[in-house]
Design a protein around this ligand. Structure first.
Ligand code: AP5
Length: 216
């Protein structure tokens, strides 16, 4: 099964598409954002440091996130979807080395292109199910009328502390300064595919499926 990176700014739809790939293809989603939110909720010293950095919309250190990814990869599996990782050139180099050590490699880096205007609306309207993590949006994918999650029936509606306009501005700046250079890095490695992330969720899913099917 292919190993892929979903690359794109906050709100591009990485998590939404990663969850579909897990359900439809049995791939393994590795979201550093989710891992860091778990660490934050653990109340450990590392968790408290992470909480402050994330609330501001800044990037957590390479050392911490590479350590988290290394731990997950060591647990084994195949068909990894890297969601929100790598976000710096240092993280990209580290990922290449970790995969090589496992005797595997990246098959595709899928850049989801969106514009900043759309991101504000996506981020400020987002909620997730506290039970299963299903992603909703106030306008484009509202919660079912009975208030129960369509996937697990849960009723715990969660909104992220960093899903506000101020934090989003910092998250976008971090993306353009530190993460967007990865498109050149992966283009030169021959792994980059670019898709329209502004299309409807189904259409984006079809574009990703086409790339995965090409990779065999
Ligand atoms: P992380 O959790 O990775 O957040 P992010 O990259 O900011 O991305 P998001 O989860 O906000 O967006 P998404 O692209 O997954 O969009 P979604 O599918 O939810 O990181 C959070 C923080 O953790 C970072 O700021 C940083 O501090 C830290 N961190 C994480 N990884 C790190 C790393 N590697 N290094 C250092 N620090 C790290 O969709 C958004 C909304 O839009 C939803 O409501 C959805 O329903 C809707 N939507 C999705 N697709 C569509 C569509 N096609 N059309 C209409 N609506 C759509």
């Amino acid at each position: 099964m292919a190993n892929i990176i979903l690359l794109g700014p906050p709100g591009a739809g990485k998590g939404t598409q990663a969850r579909r790939l897990v359900e439809e293809r049995g791939m393994v989603q590795l979201s550093t954002g989710d891992m860091l939110r778990e660490a934050k909720d653990s109340g450990t010293e590392m968790g408290n440091v992470v909480a402050e950095v994330m609330a501001k919309g800044q990037l957590v250190t390479d050392e911490i996130v590479i350590g988290l990814i290394e731990e997950k990869l060591a647990a084994g599996g195949e068909g990894f979807i890297f969601d929100g990782f790598p976000r710096t050139l240092g993280q990209a180099d580290a990922l290449g080395k970790l995969l090589a050590k496992m005797g595997t490699k990246l098959d595709a880096v899928i850049e989801m292109q969106v514009d900043d205007e759309a991101l504000v609306a996506r981020i400020t309207g987002r909620s997730t199910c506290g039970g299963c993590g299903e992603v909703y949006h106030d306008q484009t994918k509202p919660w079912p009328a009975d208030g129960k999650c369509e996937k697990c029936g849960g009723t715990d509606v969660k909104r992220r502390a960093d899903d506000n306009e101020e934090s989003l501005r910092t998250r976008l700046m971090e993306y353009y300064k530190k993460t967007s250079p990865l498109t050149g890095y992966y283009y030169h490695a021959g792994d980059l595919f670019t898709i329209d992330g502004l299309a409807e969720i189904e259409t984006v899913a079809t574009s990703i499926a086409r790339i995965l099917d090409q990779q065999g």
